[in-house]
Design a protein around this ligand. Structure first.
Ligand SMILES: [Zn+2]
Length: 492
């Protein structure tokens, strides 16, 4: 998964398990699909173990052969479901020296929709993170080991379990005779952990083949073991450089210091205006548009973020909103002289790079414009009229699921029926860049971000693992989704 998931717990007042649960509208269907999922579960897990054994890493420094073997293995599994035109496809990746290298191999396989039925795109990725320090692993990373109801190994959760959820869900629908003929397209990427460098061009080249009414991205996490989640919001991101210019050139601080403030001091004053006294972002125009339905316990946040004991938290409002729905501004680098080369001079110029997370509903270009307006307004009041620098950088869109869309309602219902508890709608404070690409290329599709991870999965770290009970429930939930989307109005 692209962002490490934290480990919040539902608060006692708002435990999702306290919501009254409606019985499934179709208990016989749930039972039939559950039996089909359980019947194949030993084989599903053993296939997942085979995939874990292939160390396919898409980083340039790693051997490409296992990555290609991994794609072929996945393609073979998709073919095994009887899908048509299953292919391993790559998109060329131009590099700085003018040469081209192939992007990570993706697997695409399609089953066309029966007349009148919607099409679902099932996304996961088969490439994995490197193992890091092998000393930290208690079991060999590329040998799946089951212990205590969990399956350990690199990729066991992120994201080979996501691939297996898609495969096993469709298999269960077929086995149970519950197939309404929904179109199914498998899209298993091969370079997600390397930052998806060719993803956008890949989508555009294969736009027709990948077009869908519903996109299921199985690469996120659940709330905790036993409580499913649908990730319904992601923050956007803009960055850029702000700075201050005050002198034509550096001058002696003894001869000239006093009547003019040096650029690092003025930069500190500028940075200090970016937050108010509560530590909330003080830039006008970055309003909050959504409110989290669940509380994020402060103790978990403090522990996960390693906040020092005497530090008070910044900002206002529920912690979940501060993490998922409000802006967050950080200074991530500065250009000022390093202490070891410090001399007694007034510095003429200083610059800082800011990173601004945006809640869903905030437009990235308007956010950059708000920062620009802010630094120019501050120049007169706090910076003694010094010249300010503003250089806009990258932008990434925030995301929010329309939870009233038929497919989103179907997914939430399927999660509830598979786990037997109400699902939690969670956010992620970071971004998943490829989801923005999916929405831009397929603006009419409903994007559903699901996953198999839980707070103990340790994706990207040593001893990555999958909770096998939640994995089984994730397969059942997706099977229910595929069965129930048939004949619904889950179309664009
Ligand atoms: Zn992932």
């Amino acid at each position: 998964m692209p962002q490490p998931q934290s480990s919040p717990q539902p608060s006692s007042q708002q435990s999702p398990q306290q919501s009254p649960q409606a019985a499934p509208a179709d208990p016989a269907l749930v039972a039939r699909l559950a039996a089909a999922v359980d019947e194949r579960m030993p084989q599903t897990i053993s296939t997942l173990e085979d995939l874990v054994a292939i160390p396919g890493i898409a980083w340039d420094a790693f051997d490409r052969e296992p990555l290609e073997r991994s794609a072929e293995a996945v393609a073979e599994l998709v073919r095994g479901l009887g899908l048509e035109d299953v292919e391993v496809l790559t998109e060329p990746r131009p590099s700085a020296d003018g040469t081209e290298r192939p992007g990570g191999p993706a697997v695409v396989g399609r089953r066309p929709a029966a007349p009148g039925q919607p099409t679902v795109l099932l996304y996961a990725h088969h490439d994995v993170q490197p193992v890091g320090d092998p000393e930290l692993w208690r079991t060999p990373p590329f040998t799946a080991v089951e212990r205590g109801g969990r399956l350990y190994g690199r990729g066991a959760a992120d994201d080979k379990a996501g691939i297996m959820v898609h495969l096993a869900a469709l298999r269960a629908v077929l086995d149970a005779g519950a197939d309404p003929g929904v179109g199914v397209t498998f899209f298993i990427e091969g370079e997600e952990e390397a930052g998806s460098p060719t993803f956008r061009r890949f989508l555009e080249r294969h736009r027709e083949r990948l077009a869908a009414d519903v996109i299921v991205v199985a690469d996120s996490g659940n709330w905790r073991v036993g409580v499913p989640a649908l990730t319904t919001s992601l923050r956007g991101l803009v960055d850029g450089v702000i700075g201050v210019r005050v002198l034509e050139h550096a001058v002696h601080s003894g001869m000239y210091g006093g009547p003019v403030l040096d650029a690092p001091t003025l930069l500190a004053r500028l940075i200090a205006t970016l937050h108010d006294d509560d530590g909330a972002v003080a830039i006008a125009g970055l309003d909050q548009h959504r409110h989290a339905a669940i509380e994020y316990p402060e103790a978990d946040y403090r522990a996960d973020a390693s906040v020092l004991e005497p530090v008070r938290l910044a900002g206002r409002g529920p912690l979940a909103d501060r993490l998922w729905n409000q802006p967050a501004l950080s200074i991530i680098g500065t250009d000022v002289p390093r202490i070891e080369v410090a001399s007694n001079t007034l510095q003429p110029e200083a610059r800082a790079k800011f990173s601004l997370r945006l809640g869903p509903g905030t437009d990235p270009q308007q956010a950059l414009e708000a920062v620009r307006r802010h630094v120019h307004a501050v120049a007169e009041t706090a910076l003694f009229g010094a010249e300010v620098i503003f250089e806009p950088g990258e932008t990434g869109q925030p995301f929010a699921t329309d939870t009233d869309a038929p497919a989103a309602r179907a997914m939430l219902g399927a999660l509830r029926d598979a786990w037997g508890v109400e699902p939690v709608e969670t956010g992620i404070g970071g971004s998943i860049p490829f989801t923005a690409d999916l929405l831009e290329v397929f603006p009419g599709a409903t994007l559903l971000i699901t996953g198999v991870e839980d707070p103990d999965s340790r994706a990207h770290s040593a001893n990555e693992s999958l909770h096998l009970g939640d994995f089984r429930n994730a397969v059942l939930a997706e099977a229910l989704l595929l069965a129930r989307l048939g004949g619904t109005a889950a179309t664009r």
